[in-house]
Design a protein around this ligand. Structure first.
Ligand code: GRF
Length: 206
């Protein structure tokens, strides 16, 4: 099945510093990524990423999530994304598990980035766990979001060697550089309509 988002309008969801969002916005501004940011949504009111989006003159939205039923929050989120005609939802450090309300509304139209080579080290404390495990390579993964955490079909990965004297911070910083590169590449690939889904494998048509 060919994957084709309905348009090139991105709905960005974030909860924190927003460096992946900034890399995407920079690539759009520089003409390296053909897309538009429809809205930047955060469940954290003072998320630095939300402030950065405001400074860039983008539409922002704070949707409080604390003590909210997941499905109710996601229903509001879907309404907000649809109201701005978002065609592709981009999770950029969005620290919240999404429900089927969101995934059903945007089938094969939600991307996430994770700072490890999935399926290794899903979840949190990723770099500390990778170092403790003694892996020699880690990296970053962009994948479609399905019902299971950090599990959907993989669009793009980048490999980062682990150094003997790495700390979680030093490894994370080198991985982040790759994240900033591959997230925009993956978004472009998905928007281009060149991705086919075969089982859980994404095949790129050239
Ligand atoms: C990144 O490491 C990303 O892989 C993970 O959350 C972090 C977000 O960082 N999902 P930033 O907010 O984009 O700087």
């Amino acid at each position: 099945m060919r994957i084709q988002p309905k348009n090139r309008r991105l709905g960005i969801l974030l909860s924190g510093r927003g460096s992946n969002f900034e890399a995407i916005a920079d690539n759009i501004s520089a003409g390296r990524l053909n897309a538009a940011i429809a809205v930047v949504v955060s469940n954290i009111e003072n998320a630095p990423g939300l402030e950065s989006a405001r400074r860039r003159g983008l539409e922002t939205l704070f949707l409080p999530s604390r003590k909210r039923v997941r499905e109710e929050f996601d229903t509001e989120l879907v309404a907000a994304l649809n109201a701005r005609d978002a065609g592709l939802v981009v999770l950029a450090g969005f620290m919240r598990i999404v429900s089927s309300v969101l995934t059903d509304a945007f089938p094969y139209a939600i991307l996430n980035i994770h700072p490890a080579l999935l399926p290794a080290f899903p979840g949190l404390d990723v770099q500390a766990r990778a170092l403790e495990h003694g892996v020699k390579f880690s990296g970053a993964t962009v994948h479609f979001v399905t019902g299971t955490l950090d599990d959907g079909p993989i669009v793009r990965q980048a490999v980062v060697p682990v150094l003997d004297d790495d700390t979680p911070d030093s490894l994370g910083a080198r991985i982040l550089i790759e994240e900033h590169r591959i997230y925009s590449e993956a978004i472009e690939l998905v928007l281009s309509g060149r991705c086919e889904i075969d089982g859980r494998r994404i095949v790129i048509n050239h």
